[in-house]
Write a protein that binds this ligand. Structure first.
Ligand code: DGL
Length: 261
Protein backbone atom coordinates (compact mmCIF):
# COMPACT_ATOMS: atom_id res chain seq x y z
CA UNK A 1 0.00 0.00 0.00
CA UNK A 2 1.14 3.46 -0.82
CA UNK A 3 2.13 6.25 1.50
CA UNK A 4 1.03 9.76 0.67
CA UNK A 5 2.33 12.96 2.24
CA UNK A 6 -0.23 15.75 2.26
CA UNK A 7 0.92 19.29 2.92
CA UNK A 8 -0.72 22.60 3.78
CA UNK A 9 -0.16 25.65 5.97
CA UNK A 10 -2.87 24.48 8.38
CA UNK A 11 -6.08 22.48 8.38
CA UNK A 12 -7.08 23.32 4.79
CA UNK A 13 -5.60 20.17 3.30
CA UNK A 14 -7.75 17.97 5.53
CA UNK A 15 -10.59 18.46 3.06
CA UNK A 16 -8.31 16.86 0.48
CA UNK A 17 -7.44 14.09 2.98
CA UNK A 18 -11.15 13.30 3.38
CA UNK A 19 -11.39 12.89 -0.40
CA UNK A 20 -8.15 10.87 -0.57
CA UNK A 21 -9.58 8.43 1.96
CA UNK A 22 -12.57 7.91 -0.33
CA UNK A 23 -10.50 7.61 -3.52
CA UNK A 24 -7.56 5.46 -2.36
CA UNK A 25 -7.60 1.83 -1.17
CA UNK A 26 -8.34 1.44 2.55
CA UNK A 27 -5.17 1.27 4.58
CA UNK A 28 -3.23 3.67 2.35
CA UNK A 29 -0.85 5.59 4.61
CA UNK A 30 -1.57 9.29 4.74
CA UNK A 31 0.76 11.59 6.61
CA UNK A 32 -0.05 15.25 7.02
CA UNK A 33 2.34 18.13 7.39
CA UNK A 34 0.81 21.42 8.54
CA UNK A 35 3.26 24.31 8.44
CA UNK A 36 1.33 26.25 11.05
CA UNK A 37 4.52 27.99 12.13
CA UNK A 38 4.24 30.17 9.00
CA UNK A 39 0.44 30.37 8.75
CA UNK A 40 -1.10 32.26 6.98
CA UNK A 41 0.82 31.58 3.77
CA UNK A 42 -1.45 34.06 2.02
CA UNK A 43 0.23 36.93 3.85
CA UNK A 44 3.84 35.87 3.16
CA UNK A 45 6.07 37.14 0.35
CA UNK A 46 6.33 34.84 -2.69
CA UNK A 47 10.04 34.13 -2.22
CA UNK A 48 9.54 33.05 1.39
CA UNK A 49 6.82 30.55 0.43
CA UNK A 50 8.79 29.20 -2.48
CA UNK A 51 11.96 28.56 -0.43
CA UNK A 52 10.05 27.28 2.55
CA UNK A 53 7.97 24.71 0.64
CA UNK A 54 10.95 23.50 -1.32
CA UNK A 55 13.16 22.94 1.73
CA UNK A 56 10.38 21.56 3.88
CA UNK A 57 9.16 19.06 1.31
CA UNK A 58 12.66 17.99 0.33
CA UNK A 59 13.39 17.21 4.00
CA UNK A 60 9.96 15.62 4.47
CA UNK A 61 10.54 13.30 1.53
CA UNK A 62 13.80 12.09 3.06
CA UNK A 63 12.15 11.57 6.43
CA UNK A 64 8.75 10.07 5.59
CA UNK A 65 9.58 8.35 2.31
CA UNK A 66 6.21 8.93 0.64
CA UNK A 67 5.30 7.51 -2.78
CA UNK A 68 3.47 10.73 -3.64
CA UNK A 69 3.32 14.28 -2.31
CA UNK A 70 0.05 16.22 -2.44
CA UNK A 71 0.42 19.96 -1.97
CA UNK A 72 -3.08 20.65 -0.68
CA UNK A 73 -2.54 24.39 -0.71
CA UNK A 74 -3.19 26.81 -3.56
CA UNK A 75 -0.92 29.51 -2.13
CA UNK A 76 1.99 27.06 -2.15
CA UNK A 77 1.14 25.33 -5.45
CA UNK A 78 0.73 28.48 -7.54
CA UNK A 79 4.25 29.65 -6.64
CA UNK A 80 6.29 26.58 -5.68
CA UNK A 81 5.00 23.62 -7.69
CA UNK A 82 7.82 23.65 -10.24
CA UNK A 83 10.64 24.12 -7.76
CA UNK A 84 9.26 21.44 -5.43
CA UNK A 85 8.98 19.01 -8.35
CA UNK A 86 12.63 19.65 -9.16
CA UNK A 87 13.69 19.20 -5.55
CA UNK A 88 12.02 15.84 -4.81
CA UNK A 89 12.12 12.45 -6.53
CA UNK A 90 8.47 11.33 -6.16
CA UNK A 91 5.53 12.73 -8.17
CA UNK A 92 3.85 15.85 -6.80
CA UNK A 93 0.15 16.70 -7.19
CA UNK A 94 -0.72 20.35 -6.67
CA UNK A 95 -3.93 22.23 -5.94
CA UNK A 96 -4.83 25.23 -8.07
CA UNK A 97 -7.99 27.36 -8.33
CA UNK A 98 -10.69 25.54 -10.38
CA UNK A 99 -11.03 28.29 -12.99
CA UNK A 100 -11.33 25.85 -15.88
CA UNK A 101 -14.20 24.04 -14.14
CA UNK A 102 -15.86 27.38 -13.34
CA UNK A 103 -15.72 28.36 -17.02
CA UNK A 104 -17.59 25.16 -17.87
CA UNK A 105 -20.28 25.71 -15.23
CA UNK A 106 -21.08 29.39 -15.59
CA UNK A 107 -24.05 30.61 -17.60
CA UNK A 108 -23.52 34.31 -16.98
CA UNK A 109 -19.82 34.15 -17.91
CA UNK A 110 -18.98 36.13 -14.82
CA UNK A 111 -17.09 33.91 -12.39
CA UNK A 112 -15.81 34.63 -8.93
CA UNK A 113 -12.59 33.49 -7.32
CA UNK A 114 -12.04 33.43 -3.60
CA UNK A 115 -8.43 32.85 -2.63
CA UNK A 116 -5.70 34.24 -0.42
CA UNK A 117 -4.23 37.68 -1.08
CA UNK A 118 -1.04 36.06 -2.35
CA UNK A 119 -2.75 33.63 -4.74
CA UNK A 120 -4.84 36.16 -6.64
CA UNK A 121 -1.75 38.11 -7.70
CA UNK A 122 0.00 35.09 -9.20
CA UNK A 123 0.83 34.80 -12.92
CA UNK A 124 -0.27 31.14 -12.60
CA UNK A 125 -3.85 32.29 -11.93
CA UNK A 126 -3.79 34.79 -14.80
CA UNK A 127 -2.58 32.02 -17.11
CA UNK A 128 -5.46 29.77 -16.00
CA UNK A 129 -7.91 32.47 -16.97
CA UNK A 130 -6.21 33.20 -20.26
CA UNK A 131 -6.01 29.52 -21.23
CA UNK A 132 -9.27 28.12 -19.85
CA UNK A 133 -11.69 30.98 -19.32
CA UNK A 134 -10.95 33.50 -22.08
CA UNK A 135 -14.64 34.23 -22.61
CA UNK A 136 -15.36 34.87 -18.95
CA UNK A 137 -14.93 37.82 -16.68
CA UNK A 138 -13.03 36.67 -13.62
CA UNK A 139 -13.62 38.68 -10.47
CA UNK A 140 -11.23 37.78 -7.69
CA UNK A 141 -11.12 38.62 -4.03
CA UNK A 142 -7.97 37.99 -2.02
CA UNK A 143 -9.48 37.37 1.37
CA UNK A 144 -7.47 38.19 4.46
CA UNK A 145 -9.88 36.68 6.94
CA UNK A 146 -11.35 33.52 5.43
CA UNK A 147 -8.49 31.11 6.18
CA UNK A 148 -8.53 32.22 9.83
CA UNK A 149 -12.29 31.74 9.91
CA UNK A 150 -11.82 28.23 8.58
CA UNK A 151 -9.22 27.42 11.27
CA UNK A 152 -11.70 28.73 13.86
CA UNK A 153 -14.73 26.86 12.58
CA UNK A 154 -12.65 23.68 12.44
CA UNK A 155 -11.82 23.89 16.15
CA UNK A 156 -14.88 25.54 17.65
CA UNK A 157 -17.65 24.91 15.10
CA UNK A 158 -18.73 28.52 15.24
CA UNK A 159 -18.71 31.19 12.58
CA UNK A 160 -19.00 34.97 12.55
CA UNK A 161 -21.64 35.42 9.85
CA UNK A 162 -21.10 39.19 9.56
CA UNK A 163 -17.41 38.64 8.85
CA UNK A 164 -18.21 36.03 6.21
CA UNK A 165 -20.72 38.37 4.53
CA UNK A 166 -18.16 41.17 4.60
CA UNK A 167 -15.61 39.08 2.70
CA UNK A 168 -18.25 38.00 0.16
CA UNK A 169 -19.31 41.62 -0.29
CA UNK A 170 -15.84 42.45 -1.55
CA UNK A 171 -16.54 40.07 -4.41
CA UNK A 172 -20.16 40.90 -5.17
CA UNK A 173 -19.63 44.68 -4.95
CA UNK A 174 -17.08 44.67 -7.78
CA UNK A 175 -18.24 45.88 -11.19
CA UNK A 176 -20.55 43.17 -12.64
CA UNK A 177 -20.25 41.30 -9.34
CA UNK A 178 -24.02 40.94 -9.21
CA UNK A 179 -23.77 38.70 -12.29
CA UNK A 180 -21.51 36.13 -10.65
CA UNK A 181 -23.23 32.73 -10.76
CA UNK A 182 -20.23 30.46 -10.06
CA UNK A 183 -17.48 30.81 -7.46
CA UNK A 184 -14.21 28.89 -7.54
CA UNK A 185 -12.64 28.16 -4.17
CA UNK A 186 -8.95 28.91 -4.58
CA UNK A 187 -7.88 28.08 -1.04
CA UNK A 188 -8.22 24.66 0.54
CA UNK A 189 -9.20 26.14 3.89
CA UNK A 190 -12.51 27.24 2.36
CA UNK A 191 -13.72 23.63 2.15
CA UNK A 192 -14.58 24.08 5.82
CA UNK A 193 -16.66 27.18 5.05
CA UNK A 194 -18.54 25.47 2.24
CA UNK A 195 -21.60 24.40 4.27
CA UNK A 196 -22.07 28.01 5.45
CA UNK A 197 -21.42 29.42 1.98
CA UNK A 198 -23.92 27.05 0.39
CA UNK A 199 -26.50 27.81 3.02
CA UNK A 200 -26.20 31.58 2.82
CA UNK A 201 -25.60 31.90 -0.91
CA UNK A 202 -27.73 29.05 -2.32
CA UNK A 203 -28.00 30.53 -5.82
CA UNK A 204 -24.26 30.35 -6.39
CA UNK A 205 -22.56 27.26 -7.84
CA UNK A 206 -19.68 26.64 -5.42
CA UNK A 207 -16.68 24.72 -6.76
CA UNK A 208 -14.26 22.98 -4.43
CA UNK A 209 -11.35 21.21 -6.18
CA UNK A 210 -10.65 18.76 -3.29
CA UNK A 211 -12.31 15.71 -4.98
CA UNK A 212 -10.48 16.42 -8.26
CA UNK A 213 -7.14 16.65 -6.45
CA UNK A 214 -7.81 13.27 -4.81
CA UNK A 215 -8.70 11.72 -8.17
CA UNK A 216 -5.49 13.05 -9.67
CA UNK A 217 -3.53 11.57 -6.76
CA UNK A 218 -5.20 8.23 -7.38
CA UNK A 219 -4.27 8.31 -11.08
CA UNK A 220 -0.65 9.20 -10.26
CA UNK A 221 -0.38 6.38 -7.73
CA UNK A 222 -1.67 3.75 -10.14
CA UNK A 223 1.06 4.85 -12.53
CA UNK A 224 3.91 4.82 -10.02
CA UNK A 225 5.86 2.04 -8.46
CA UNK A 226 4.96 1.79 -4.79
CA UNK A 227 7.99 1.32 -2.57
CA UNK A 228 6.71 1.91 0.95
CA UNK A 229 5.77 -1.15 2.93
CA UNK A 230 3.55 0.11 5.67
CA UNK A 231 1.05 2.90 5.81
CA UNK A 232 1.35 5.10 8.90
CA UNK A 233 -0.90 8.00 9.72
CA UNK A 234 0.93 10.86 11.37
CA UNK A 235 0.01 14.51 11.65
CA UNK A 236 2.90 16.93 12.03
CA UNK A 237 2.35 20.48 13.17
CA UNK A 238 3.82 23.17 15.37
CA UNK A 239 1.77 24.85 18.05
CA UNK A 240 2.45 26.45 21.39
CA UNK A 241 -1.16 26.85 22.46
CA UNK A 242 -2.17 23.88 24.59
CA UNK A 243 -5.88 24.75 24.76
CA UNK A 244 -6.05 24.90 20.99
CA UNK A 245 -4.03 21.72 20.80
CA UNK A 246 -6.58 19.61 22.66
CA UNK A 247 -9.47 20.88 20.49
CA UNK A 248 -7.35 20.26 17.49
CA UNK A 249 -6.45 16.73 18.48
CA UNK A 250 -10.09 15.83 18.89
CA UNK A 251 -11.06 17.20 15.48
CA UNK A 252 -8.23 15.68 13.49
CA UNK A 253 -9.03 12.21 14.83
CA UNK A 254 -12.15 12.49 12.62
CA UNK A 255 -9.78 12.55 9.66
CA UNK A 256 -8.07 9.34 10.69
CA UNK A 257 -5.08 10.79 12.55
CA UNK A 258 -4.44 9.50 16.03
CA UNK A 259 -0.85 10.59 16.25
CA UNK A 260 0.12 14.27 16.42
CA UNK A 261 3.77 15.13 16.43
N1 DGL B 1 -4.77 26.56 2.49
C1 DGL B 1 -4.01 27.57 1.81
C2 DGL B 1 -4.43 27.62 0.33
O1 DGL B 1 -4.99 26.69 -0.23
C3 DGL B 1 -3.96 28.98 2.32
C4 DGL B 1 -4.10 29.36 3.74
C5 DGL B 1 -3.02 30.32 4.19
O2 DGL B 1 -3.10 31.54 3.93
O3 DGL B 1 -2.10 29.83 4.83
O4 DGL B 1 -4.18 28.59 -0.33
Amino acid sequence: LARVLTFDSGIGGLGVVAELRKALPPGTGIDYLADTALFPYGEQPDGVIKDRCTTLLRDAEARFKPDLIVIACNTASTIALDTVRQAVTVPVVGTVPPIRWAARETRSHVIGLLATRATITRPYVHALQRDYAPNCILLAHGARGLADMAEHIFRYRSLDQAELDQELDYLFSQKQGNQIDTIALGCTHYTFLLPALRQHYPDIIWLDPAPAVARQAQVMLTRSKIKSETGRQDFFTETSDSKQYSMFKKEISNFGFSNIK
